[in-house]
Design a protein around this ligand. Structure first.
Ligand code: HGY
Ligand code: MN
Ligand code: MN
Length: 420
């Protein structure tokens, strides 16, 4: 077996120009007028992005596979066929007004590492495997992270396939259409072994840029709970119906949001509570709203706050404020905070130091597929800065130099974990 490459070797084969070009090519799929992307999970755009990555992978001689939810696996074999793969990856789906880096950067940084290994002729003991997870965002279909959660055995496939988007389209049907856009490939069962998982991602926050750091050595991800709330009142005439006789779904929802803002008030500004979707129906100026549908995205790094201190109070609070309307509260996702494996965190930190990139340890405020991989195998993440900390926005931007740095640190980390 060839001698292990000296530290810093693989980083020299990571090509910033190639990575930048692949990011630019991928950004044409679902491109929006303001320079972002709209690539909903299991849409035609998602299918085209997978097809593009599949074509690149096959052209480099890597093998490709999928599974029952359409996760896309790209594998470079190791010298020990019995060894579990060291995995890397992220997601290709985006927010409706998403950026050109959220998720796709981690997928393409991982692909760049596979290419660099190939170019360097480095043999790793473990296979190195890239995965593009299905529906990380949870924007079109809730819950989020369907792909990684099913891989990790944390969701039921039949439940997931039955989930519908706001237009009533099922995951099952959208998945079939998406898969048809990529070449046929072997289908593997869920739950394969993984020796480690490392995900590269933009920070989606302002810290690294503000502190002049290039690399975030991520310690873990905060907990989060998502709810969908449906308030049902009675449509009525806006001019003739006395307020005392109304079952106004909007007024009830307004009481709920006001009370939730009080519950989630945090002078330390650590709690995150967002009402990202708020629909008032029928949406006519002179009809009392008969239905309001809204979402709650609640997050906190402390498990006690996520659960009993705040999270468990949400549903009873909404129910107490519904009358004279009715309310249905559906919790669509609950994930506890996760800590990443010290050995992987250390490998990321050592790689950043070896390559001379200023770095800092930090938590993740955003959810990632790594949250579901953390209980399955030693897991870690690498952050790079994004301009003004902005993400989930079409102006999202990461510099080519920072994209290169993250991919180089990822390469060194994966080579160390894969046993070259
Ligand atoms: O919502 C999140 O935290 C992730 O960016 N999808
Ligand atoms: Mn993401
Ligand atoms: Mn996102």
């Amino acid at each position: 077996m060839a001698p292990s490459p000296a530290p810093g070797t693989i980083a020299r084969f990571v090509r910033p120009d190639r990575l930048a070009q692949r990011l630019a090519d991928m950004a044409t799929i679902g491109a929006t007028e303001k320079g972002g992307v709209n690539r909903p999970a299991l849409s035609v755009e998602d299918g085209k992005a997978r097809a593009l990555l599949t074509g690149w992978a096959l052209a480099r001689g890597f093998s490709v596979e999928t599974d029952g939810i359409g996760n896309l696996y790209v594998r470079r074999p190791g010298t020990d066929p019995s060894a579990a793969p060291v995995m890397t990856g992220s997601h290709l789906d985006s927010q409706p007004t998403g950026g050109r880096y959220d998720g796709v950067y981690g997928v393409l940084a991982g692909f760049e590492v596979l290419e660099a290994l190939e170019d360097a002729g480095i043999a790793t003991r473990h296979p190195v495997e890239l995965v593009a997870w299905t529906n990380e965002e949870g924007s079109r279909f809730q819950p989020y992270c369907m792909g990684s959660a099913l891989f990790a055995g944390k969701m039921d496939l039949e439940m997931v396939l039955a989930c519908t988007d706001p237009k009533g389209i099922r995951v099952k049907d959208a998945l079939a259409e998406t898969l048809a856009l990529a070449p046929p490939m072997p289908v593997r069962p869920f739950g394969g072994a993984a020796a480690a998982y490392v995900e590269a991602h933009i920070e989606q926050g302002p810290r690294l840029e503000a502190e002049g750091k290039t690399i975030g050595v991520v310690q873990g991800i905060q907990g989060s709970r998502w709810f969908q709330v449906e308030v049902t009142g009675q449509e009525a005439h806006a001019g003739t119906t006395p307020h005392g006789a109304r079952k106004d779904a909007f007024q009830a929802a307004l009481r709920m949001v006001t009370a939730l803002n009080e519950l989630m008030h945090d002078p330390d500004d650590i709690i995150r509570c967002t009402f990202g979707r708020f629909e008032v129906l029928p949406g006519s100026p002179n009809t009392v709203p008969g239905k309001v549908i809204f979402t709650i995205d609640f997050r906190h790094p402390d498990a006690g706050v996520v659960k009993e201190e705040k999270g468990d109070a949400i549903t009873p609070l909404l129910q107490s404020l519904a009358a004279p309307c009715a309310v249905m509260v559906r919790e669509t996702s609950t994930t506890a905070p996760v800590d990443f494996a010290p050995a992987v965190v250390e490998a990321v930190r050592d790689a950043a130091a070896l390559l001379g990139y200023p770095h800092r340890d930090m938590p993740s405020g955003a959810n990632h597929d790594a949250k579901f991989m953390a209980p399955r195998c030693p897991t870690g993440m690498i952050f790079i800065p994004c301009k003004d900390g902005i993400s989930h926005n079409e102006v999202e931007y990461a510099s080519p130099a920072d994209c290169h740095a993250g991919a180089a640190v990822l390469a060194e980390t994966l080579v160390r974990l894969a046993g070259a």
